[in-house]
Design a protein around this ligand. Structure first.
Ligand SMILES: [Zn+2]
Length: 459
């Protein structure tokens, strides 16, 4: 997704700006205000410094970013849409990167680092949107399901020349090699489908439609025959980005654990899976716990996995507090803090992100004064076996015990401050590079509306 000042300008929204109805509507809106100086000072009093500095640096940093885009197909009705998703992985060799640092500056020109790409070509997906029946499918949804399966099961997401480490291979691996589905996604008939390796497509007894292992991600449920399908593309993009990184880590764990132990992986956004595929978050949490145990058995340090947020309420909050936070300090975002300062309690849960998050968020201000919101995987195999409110709240207190993250916190802060960007707030070089490769086209005029709304609210 783009950085705040990475948009290309396009016109077309000036009529809305002038509309008096819009203006009077905005006059009646109360924005959530930024904290006063006094409040801010009180809030930041809890920020702390990590005991001793961390000297660890990864040998390689892998960063990932993705962009979705849908557009009408030329020559057909405008409602006939195709969706595109591009996912880009950038690998930076840290030693080469350091060689690019100009004397007298702690910042590297990110575009000079471009030659460090090993895998600059984005992985592209093309999916049928509204009014398109892919390969003669009965419905748009059935065609969408097929296209998703074909593209997640072929070699485009594979890191080797077989299918062990593509997205479907990872779906199997994180679910103990058997992925279950309880009803037919086409006719809703109840039937147990148990997908295994080489049995990734089955037939429904009722409607005879093909049912695919990737239907378990449930992204097709958001596909409508005629309406907008952008949110389905975004869900697809989100879950696939997390699964591609997981595939990469699995592959290295098998083929080169020594190298893996010296690597850092950076995902754009929180360590969470939202919407229909959210269930996958629990599998990923278990996978990363397994990776840690596997590496420890080999006497190797586990790799660093980091989710860096560029946008969202937590980032807005952290930026508003920014100048009050002492440089070099951080805090864990516990649920109480989140509900009090970042987002009103929107879900009825004793544990924030219970159905979506597999990592814990932190706020950090670097020594140079930039503020970041980042996530580290929860250091647990699972949240709880039962979903009672009591076990949820016990997880909510376990997940914020900072000692459990000690080592990774030091590494994360080291990597963030090493790669922070001069040009953008809350951005770091590897993700900026990945973004550059993943972006297809920018939302026309979207930025204008954004600015208009903020101006109207007089923030
Ligand atoms: Zn069926």
């Amino acid at each position: 997704m783009p950085y705040s000042n990475q948009f290309a300008g396009k016109g077309g929204h000036s009529d809305i700006i002038k509309n008096p109805d819009v203006q009077s509507f905005l006059d009646n809106c109360d924005p959530i205000t930024t904290p006063s100086e006094e409040e801010a000072k009180k809030i930041v009093a809890d920020f702390m410094r990590l005991g001793k500095g961390c000297e660890w640096m990864p040998s390689h940093v892998v960063a990932s970013d993705a962009s979705p885009y849908s557009e009408p197909v030329n020559g057909l009705f405008p409602s006939t849409q195709i969706g595109y998703v591009k996912n880009s992985l950038v690998i930076i060799d840290v030693n080469n990167y350091d060689g690019l640092k100009p004397i007298n500056s702690r910042y590297v020109d990110p575009f000079r680092v471009a030659e460090l790409h090993r895998n600059g070509d984005p992985i592209s997906f093309t999916l049928p949107g509204s009014n398109i029946r892919y390969k003669g499918a009965k419905t748009v949804q059935d065609g969408f399901r097929r296209a998703v399966y074909e593209q997640l099961s072929d070699l485009r997401t594979s890191f080797t020349n077989d299918k062990t480490y593509n997205v479907v291979g990872t779906l199997l691996a994180i679910d103990d090699n058997e992925v279950e589905l309880k009803k037919c996604p086409s006719c809703q008939h109840e039937q147990l489908f148990a997908f295994k390796r080489n049995e990734e497509v089955m037939k429904c007894n009722q409607c005879s439609e093909d049912v695919y292992i990737t239907d378990s991600l449930r992204i097709h449920e958001q596909i409508s025959e005629h309406g907008e399908n952008n949110s389905a593309m975004t869900r697809f993009m989100n879950v696939v980005e997390h699964l591609i990184i997981a595939s990469f880590i699995r592959m290295l764990g098998k083929h080169n654990p020594e190298l893996l132990s010296h690597m850092a992986f950076i995902i754009d956004g929180p360590l969470a899976i939202f919407g229909q595929p959210a269930k996958t978050h629990a599998r990923l949490m278990k996978l990363y716990d397994t990776v840690v145990k596997f590496m420890e058995e080999k006497n190797l340090e586990p790799p660093l996995l980091l989710g860096i947020q560029k946008t969202g309420t937590a980032v807005e909050h952290a930026k508003a507090l920014g100048r009050y936070i002492e440089k070099g300090t951080f805090r864990v975002i516990d649920d109480e803090y989140r509900h009090k300062y970042i987002a009103a309690r929107s879900e009825k849960s004793e544990n924030f992100g219970h159905e979506t998050y597999y990592g814990q968020d932190f706020i950090y201000r670097t020594d140079s004064g930039k503020v970041f919101v980042f996530g580290l995987p929860y250091p647990f195999e699972s949240k709880s076996q039962s979903s009672s409110e009591a076990t949820k709240s016990s997880f909510a207190s376990k997940k914020i015990e900072v000692d459990r993250y000690y080592k990774n916190l030091g590494k994360a802060m080291k990597v963030i401050s090493h790669f922070e960007l001069e040009l953008y707030d809350n951005a770091i070089v590897p993700i900026a590079l990945a973004h550059r490769h993943a972006s297809i086209s920018l939302v026309p005029g979207g930025k204008v509306l954004d600015i208009l709304t903020r101006k109207g609210l007089k923030i």
